[in-house]
Ligand binder design. Structure first.
Ligand code: BYC
Length: 322
C-alpha cells in the first residue's frame, strides 16, 4: 500500500485562504487555522447561549399572556428560540466542542451571551418590543451571517433568519394592536420602547474602533459587516417602522442626514454595555442561576435518554421481551 505524503501546513493554509478568497465554504472536514476554529467556537457558542438565555425574558410572560391566542404565539416563539440554540450548538459540535462543555462554561459564567437578555421584562408590551426591536436587530445581524465562511454556521442561519422574521412581525403586530387600543396601552408600548431602544443598539457590539475581533473575523469571512455598519442599517430600517407605529424613539439626536443618506443618532452608554457584558447587568445573576437550575433539574431526563439509547442499541435477542 502506498501512503500519500501529508501536505505541509503552508499548503494547507494556502488551500484554506484560497477557499476564503473564492467565497466558498469551509466545512468541518477541512483543515483550518486554530485561530479560525477558536473564533468560530467563541462566536457560535455566544450566539447559541443567547438563544437559550433569550428564552427567559419572554418565557417570564407565558403564564400571564392576555389571551389564549397570545399565549399560543408566545409559547411557539420561545420554543423556536430553543431550536435555534440547538442548531447552533450542533454547528459548534462540528468544530469539536461538545454542547455539554459549552453549557458548563455558560453556567460557570465563563462564556458570554447577548447583553440584551440581561434586561428585565416588566410588562406584556415588552414581548412585542422584543419581537420588533430585538428580533429586528438579530435579523440585521444574522442575514449577512447566512453567507459566513463556515458551512454549518451559515446553513443554521438560513433557517434561523426565516423564523426570526416571523418573530419580528408577530412583535410588531402585537405592538400595533396595543397602539390601536387605549391610552394606557399606548403608554405601555412607549415605556417599553424607551427601555429597549438603547440596549437593542448595543446588541451589535462595541463601536468598530473598540472591537478587537472585527478585523480578523472580516478577513476570515466569519463576519460580513462591521458592528457600526449593521447598527446603522438597523436604525435606518427601524425609524419608518416607529413612525408607522406611532412611537417615539428616545434619542434627541436621531435625525435624517441627507448628505449621508442615513440617520445620525446618539451614542449608546458604552460604560453600561461594558458592565453588562462583565456580568453586572440588572439580570445577569438571575439569568445564569435560572439556567443552572434548569440544567440540574434536567439531569434525570438526560440520564433516562442515555439509558434508553443504550437499551435500544442492545442486540435484538436480549431486548425482545421488554
Ligand atoms: N453582548 O470584538 P467584538 C437573538 C463581546 S440572539 C455580549 O465586536 P465580535 C435572539 C464580544 O463577544 C442574539 N457580548 O466581538 C434570541 C467580545 O468579547 P470576547 C445573539 C458582546 O464577536 C432570543 C467583545 O464584546 N446574536 O437574536 O467580533 C430571542 C468585543 O466585541 C456583545 C449573535 O450572537 C453583546 N451585544 O462581534 C430573540 C450574533 N457584543 O468574546 C432574539 C452572532 C460584543 O472577545 N454574533 N460582545 O470575550 C456576532 O455577530 C458577533 O459576535 C457580535 C460581536 C457582533 C455580537
Amino acid at each position: 500500500m502506498t501512503v500519500s505524503p501529508q501536505p505541509d501546513e503552508r499548503e494547507l493554509l494556502e488551500a484554506f485562504e484560497s477557499t476564503i478568497d473564492r467565497n466558498d465554504r469551509i466545512e468541518p472536514r477541512d483543515w483550518m487555522p486554530e485561530g479560525y476554529r477558536k473564533t468560530l467556537v467563541r462566536q457560535i457558542a455566544q450566539h447559541a447561549h443567547s438563544e437559550i438565555i433569550g428564552m427567559q425574558p419572554e418565557g417570564n410572560w407565558i403564564t400571564r399572556a392576555p389571551s389564549l391566542r397570545r399565549k399560543a404565539i408566545l409559547l411557539a416563539k420561545v420554543q423556536d428560540e430553543a431550536g435555534h440554540g440547538l442548531y447552533l450548538y450542533s454547528a459548534c459540535e462540528t468544530l469539536g466542542t461538545s454542547r455539554t462543555e459549552l453549557t458548563e462554561k455558560l453556567i460557570a459564567g465563563a462564556q458570554k451571551y447577548s447583553s440584551i437578555f440581561n434586561y428585565p421584562t416588566l410588562s406584556y408590551a415588552d414581548v412585542g418590543t422584543i419581537g420588533w426591536l430585538v428580533d429586528g436587530a438579530a435579523i440585521c445581524n444574522q442575514v449577512p451571517l447566512c453567507r459566513t465562511s463556515f458551512g454549518p454556521y451559515g446553513r443554521a442561519m438560513i433557517r434561523v433568519c426565516k423564523e426570526e422574521s416571523f418573530h419580528q412581525r408577530q412583535g410588531y403586530e402585537l405592538l400595533m394592536t396595543m397602539m390601536r387600543g387605549t391610552d394606557e396601552q399606548r403608554a405601555m408600548v412607549q415605556e417599553s420602547v424607551d427601555r429597549f431602544w438603547w440596549p437593542s443598539l448595543m446588541m451589535f457590539g462595541p463601536p468598530d474602533d473598540d472591537s478587537p475581533n472585527t478585523a480578523q473575523s472580516m478577513a476570515w469571512g466569519i463576519k460580513r459587516n462591521t458592528n457600526d455598519d449593521l447598527r446603522q442599517r438597523f436604525v435606518d430600517m427601524t425609524v419608518p417602522q416607529a413612525k408607522a407605529l406611532g412611537v417615539t424613539l428616545p434619542d434627541p439626536d436621531l435625525v435624517w442626514n441627507e448628505e449621508r443618506r442615513a440617520h445620525d443618532f446618539g451614542t449608546p452608554d458604552w460604560a453600561e454595555f461594558q458592565q453588562v457584558i462583565k456580568g453586572n447587568g440588572p439580570c445577569n445573576a438571575q439569568r445564569i442561576a435560572h439556567r443552572r437550575k434548569a440544567h440540574e433539574d434536567g439531569a434525570w431526563v438526560r440520564e433516562a435518554a442515555m439509558a434508553f439509547a443504550a437499551r435500544t442499541h442492545e442486540p435484538e435477542e436480549t431486548t425482545h421481551d421488554r
